[in-house]
Ligand binder design. Structure first.
Ligand SMILES: Cc1cc2nc3c(=O)[nH]c(=O)nc-3n(C[C@H](O)[C@H](O)[C@H](O)COP(=O)(O)OP(=O)(O)OC[C@H]3O[C@@H](n4cnc5c(N)ncnc54)[C@H](O)[C@@H]3O)c2cc1C
Length: 534
């Protein structure tokens, strides 16, 4: 007989994951204190309803609203939203910590929470007018409104540029008329507001002719067709809805007309690390339960943990879970610092979500029949919940496509120089712009772009079909003006600052009426410190 103390060295419940020997290196003391607070909140508020969320799917609207209200009171719904709009003004890591903690108990609740407080809130925060922020952002931050974001359509999934929903301007009524269907939209049937993407210019490619709108489902023309029955994340409202000649006032355009694709691209890195953090939470309980079970379950006269067939699985699970965490935290820190993190955020999403699918599968294997049958540990739920991770927010195939694209671009440029080694004067730096030019993305573009530096000489960038040149000077016929300081521009060229973030923060001002050019310009250059390896 094996003594109980050997068989039950720990009690169930988030004990093993707390043993992270380097957590003081990965997180600040404030973040760790916040994590403790979030764990207490989850224990008190999320754990008691988790089973109800799962069994009464989709969880009734009034329950969602009650819970979001409680989350709002405790400050979780507005973590990244500035205090001015009723939020906490915290950094991305706080949002990830909250997402992971909630997901450790209910990945379904994290999803509804994330669709509202990140997916729909962050674009309004970055691109919204003051009036939009007051009207739509504040209630989300306070937990009194639910938001959603609608990109996907019946005929449009991975290929977002193939969008079919249209918005046409009605000159008489002075409103936009939206027509189309959106599918698989989280929260849509219970949302107060939805960010919708629609085509507003059929004469250009959809990336240059797409606009974002904030719509309210209570408006005439909006109707829910159905809520879907989901394999996992049960409790979430996942909706197919229709907009039939829905009238949307001009003040509900988010950002500028035809800027939609930029808005869409802007939130993706943040969304991807958010999904990676969700996956970290999703794998936690299955891992802990599998470790505990393998020490407790006796077969052939010994705990099954003594069989390498089991303990090596645990080794793989622990290793991959740690790797997923390191990748997620590292990508999040890059985003927080304004570094370009597309490759790293995509890798974190890919690895963490695939790991959570593998790990939850292995956990069920380790528990045998008890893993499969619902009446025991309940970890089968996490297996079903994890499965969404490699599909939602961009599939694993699309993540691999994006990663290889970044890798080959970097490979073509040769050796990466450490950015602290780079010393370069301003004129040399400006003359290097054509080195970062992606001629393959400039097909059909002929434009003169004026750079106005508040503390330096002005420069003119000329793009003619697939050639690019730059020289000092001014022109009256520039199609686009880029206003900034030499320091901000230098940091962008060194890859220290993300151009999009700098634009959102008002550090760069780009003026043009030609949205097609702006869209193409955003994709035509790739700057990083290796440009200065001469
Ligand atoms: C529960 C749930 C919640 C969701 N929430 C939202 C939401 O809130 N808002 C929203 O807008 N969307 C949402 N989605 C939609 C989700 O983002 C899409 O399902 C996802 O992007 C994939 O699109 P698709 O399902 O149309 O698959 P498809 O794009 O049709 O893909 C089918 C398969 O083909 C592969 N494939 C496609 N193109 C390529 C390629 N170029 N190379 C290799 N393989 C390829 C895919 O990887 C996949 O394996 C949600 C989906 C689900 C299931």
């Amino acid at each position: 007989m094996i003594p109980k103390s050997v068989l039950y060295p720990r009690t169930r419940g988030l004990k093993i994951m707390t043993i992270m020997n380097d957590e003081d290196l990965l997180y600040t003391q404030e973040e760790l204190a916040f994590r403790e607070k979030a764990r207490e909140f989850v224990k008190k508020t999320i754990t008691p309803v988790a089973k109800d969320v799962e069994t009464r799917a989709p969880w009734p609207e009034d329950e969602w609203r009650k819970l979001m209200g409680k989350m709002g009171e405790e400050g979780y719904t507005g973590l990244m939203i500035p205090k001015k709009y009723g939020g906490g003004g915290k950094s991305l890591l706080y949002q990830l910590i909250a997402g992971e903690e909630i997901s450790a108990v209910s990945p379904a609740l994290t999803m509804g929470f994330g669709a509202s407080c990140t997916l729909s809130a962050i674009p309004i925060l970055r691109f919204g007018t003051e009036e939009q922020k007051e009207k739509y952002l504040k209630p989300i931050a306070e937990g009194t409104a639910l938001g959603a974001l609608g990109i996907t359509e019946p005929n449009v999934g991975s290929d977002t540029a193939g969008m079919q929903t249209t918005a046409t301007w009605d000159e008489n009524k002075q409103v936009w008329i939206l027509t189309g269907e959106k599918r698989f939209i989280t929260n849509a049937s219970i949302a107060d507001q939805i960010i919708i993407f629609a085509l507003t210019d059929s004469n250009v490619d959809s990336k240059s002719g797409m606009t974002a709108f904030i719509i309210e489902p209570s408006w005439p023309g909006f109707s829910v067709i159905q809520d879907f029955d989901l394999m996992g994340r049960r409790g979430v409202h996942n909706t197919l809805f229709k907009m039939e000649a829905m009238e949307v006032p001009p003040e509900n355009v988010l950002g500028k007309k035809n800027q939609g694709f930029l808005i869409l691209m802007d939130e993706l890195d943040t969304e991807r690390v958010g999904i990676a953090a969700e996956a970290l939470g999703c794998m936690r309980q299955p891992f802990e339960v599998a470790v505990e079970h393998s020490m407790k379950r006796v077969q052939f006269g010994r705990p099954i943990s003594r069989f390498e067939g089991i303990s090596f699985k645990i080794a793989d699970m622990a290793t991959q879970m740690r790797a997923a965490r390191l990748m997620t935290v590292s990508a999040a820190r890059m985003i927080e610092k304004g570094l370009i993190a597309t490759k790293e955020a995509t890798m974190a999403k890919l690895f963490a979500t695939e790991t959570s699918v593998k790990l939850t599968d292995l956990a069920i294997q380790i528990l045998g029949g008890e893993g499969y049958v619902k009446d025991f540990s309940g970890i089968e739920k996490f297996y079903r919940d994890a499965r969404l991770g490699t599909i939602g927010g961009g599939t694993s195939e699309i993540m691999r496509f994006l990663i290889q694209r970044e890798v080959y671009i970097e490979a073509k440029r040769g050796k990466i120089q450490r950015r602290e080694d780079v010393t370069v004067d301003f004129d040399t730096m400006m003359s290097m712009i054509p080195k970062g030019f992606r001629s393959d993305r400039a097909e059909g573009v002929s434009a003169l772009i004026q750079f106005e530096f508040s503390d330096n000489k002005n420069w003119l960038l000329s793009i003619n079909e697939q050639a690019c040149s730059v020289e000092q000077g001014n022109s009256d016929s520039a199609l686009m003006t880029v206003k900034t300081t030499s320091e901000v521009w230098k940091n962008i060229m060194l890859g220290k600052t993300d151009a999009m973030n700098a634009m959102m923060a008002g550090k760069i001002e780009i003026t043009t009426d030609d949205m097609d050019l702006l869209m193409k310009f955003a994709r035509m250059f790739k700057f990083s410190s290796d440009l200065f390896v001469i």
